[in-house]
Design a protein around this ligand. Structure first.
Ligand code: B12
Ligand code: SF4
Ligand code: SF4
Length: 397
């Protein structure tokens, strides 16, 4: 018997064994234990990231900086952090699939159910068993469960817990399972034996930096979220900045390129959890269908999926950019039907798409539409697009 959050060595080993067994039973592919004091350097990197404005419009990163940088500020009583990995790997490599086929690419992680609640529910189950077992033996145990949205630096914690390393892509990569996995944590007041931290295994590889379509990985281990297509298609609310539109290609929600190219994914397994295995209708859906979605149809198609979070208008913005990149003239009519949409973000993207599909058709409309348009940004699309139309270049920026 022991007191407070300090179990005896034998009991601690038993509790860790219980967590490992439960994690395996519930479909996790790995678990490790981190010391809450282990990520001080990461906290300093994060402060610099925010200072340089690399978080873009994700104001919550700056607002929660202190808590995010140090788990002990988030919860003073925390003594150990259990970090869990959950596979969501696609069946085939997204970079090897067909492209340029009039369809849009949704990131592998978003092709079925939202992972947040799924993983949180399972972590709560594990936490409940851990706490009950600790208390049964007279050891006090409080805990909190976090997945993604809490101010927690999950990747550095995964490294401290020996699960993976924070790689050049800035993602956590594992020697055993590659990089297609989510992270989640249980903070506990229990003193548990910590795992051996992982070290980097990127070596001289630079594939993720080379493949990134927007040079968002500005140096090894450093990302500028404002350039990342995942940020631009999901987090960013306004128009996609012109310089990134062509680079978006057919990506309509997130981007997988830096993961897909990583050689460590030869060890990755396809998702086993049914709720994360891709729904057929979310694997390369037809742009022609997506561009016709009204709000109700959008909600129905993406019920339970992470895509639903960005709302129909932001999603249509992405679809229209993909159409503008498709060279598929048969979509001109659908694009024209979006030119008078209530949302400026949709009207602006439609204007750009029209300019890309038919410079002549749209040069005819540009002057009238620019004059009639009540939103300054959308009006600017017509003026800029008119220039594209006149040069006939189609333009990328
Ligand atoms: C903000 C955020 C984003 C932002 C910023 C991305 C980023 N790399 O941080 C955007 C919107 C761009 C994004 C995109 C994606 N995300 Co995201 N995101 C997050 C979130 C909420 C916070 C991450 C964070 O704190 N970033 C700030 C930076 C500074 O922190 P950091 O990268 O951990 O910092 C380390 C390194 O960058 C490095 N570093 C920084 N500066 C320097 C300087 C030098 C010199 C050195 C050596 C090192 C160094 O040191 C730091 C500590 O180790 C986490 C969830 C969470 N709570 O942690 C998910 C999370 C990172 N995302 C995830 C996923 C899946 C994605 C996407 C793959 C989704 C997609 N398919 O579109 C992409 C991948 C893009 C990419 N290359 O990272 C997963 C990643 C799982 C994994 N295996 O790593 C997470 C963990 C969510 C989860 N719970 O599973 N994401
Ligand atoms: S997700 Fe795409 S855009 Fe973002 S860093 Fe990776 S490759 Fe670049
Ligand atoms: S692609 Fe290469 S450099 Fe990038 S994370 Fe994977 S191993 Fe590291």
């Amino acid at each position: 018997m022991s007191e407070g959050g300090a179990p005896t060595t034998a009991l601690a080993a038993r509790l860790v064994g219980l967590v490992e067994r439960e994690a395996t039973r519930l479909g996790f592919s790995g678990v490790g234990i981190a010391d809450p004091a282990a990520i001080e350097a990461a906290g300093r990197d994060l402060a610099r990231f925010v200072e340089e404005g690399r978080h873009g419009e994700m104001a919550w990163m700056a607002e929660t900086l202190d808590r995010r940088a140090d788990p002990r500020t988030l919860w003073r009583e925390v003594r150990s952090i259990l970090v869990f990995a959950f596979d969501y790997g696609p069946k085939t490599n997204p970079l090897e699939g067909p492209r340029g086929d009039g369809r849009g690419e949704i990131s592998a992680y978003a092709r079925n159910r939202d992972y947040h609640e799924l993983i949180k529910g399972r972590l709560k189950e594990i936490g409940g068993k851990l706490a009950a077992e600790a208390r049964r033996t007279g050891v006090a145990c409080d805990l909190k469960v976090f997945v993604d949205t809490a101010p927690v630096m999950e990747k550095p914690l995964a490294q401290a817990a020996g699960l993976a390393w924070v790689a050049k892509s800035t993602l956590a990569i594992s020697r055993k399972i590659g990089g297609w996995f989510f992270l989640g944590t249980i903070f506990t007041t229990l003193d548990l034996p910590t795992s051996e931290p992982e070290t980097s295994h990127c070596g001289s590889c630079n594939r993720c930096l080379d493949v990134c379509p927007t040079a968002a990985i500005t140096a090894p281990h450093q990302i500028d979220a404002r350039r990342c297509l995942s940020y631009l298609t999901i987090e960013h609310a306004g128009a996609i900045p012109r310089e990134f539109r062509a680079a978006m290609g057919d990506r309509i929600y997130g981007c997988d390129d830096c993961l897909a190219v990583c050689p460590w994914n030869r060890f990755a397994e396809a998702a086993r959890e049914a709720k994360l295995i891709a729904r057929a209708e979310l694997v390369r859906p037809r742009l022609a269908d997506l561009v016709e979605l009204d709000d109700a149809a959008f909600r129905a198609l993406f019920a339970g999926s992470p895509v639903k979070r960005i709302g129909r208008d932001r999603f249509l913005r992405n679809v229209l950019i993909a159409i503008g990149n498709s060279s598929d003239a048969s979509l001109e009519g659908a694009v024209r039907r979006r030119l008078d949409e209530p949302a400026a973000v949709v009207r602006g993207a439609a204007a750009w798409a029209l300019g890309r599909l038919t410079p002549e058709g749209f040069a005819k409309e540009a002057a009238r539409r620019a004059a009639a348009e009540r939103d300054g940004d959308v009006a600017a699309e017509w003026t800029a697009s008119a220039i594209v139309g006149q040069t006939g270049s189609g333009g990328t920026g």
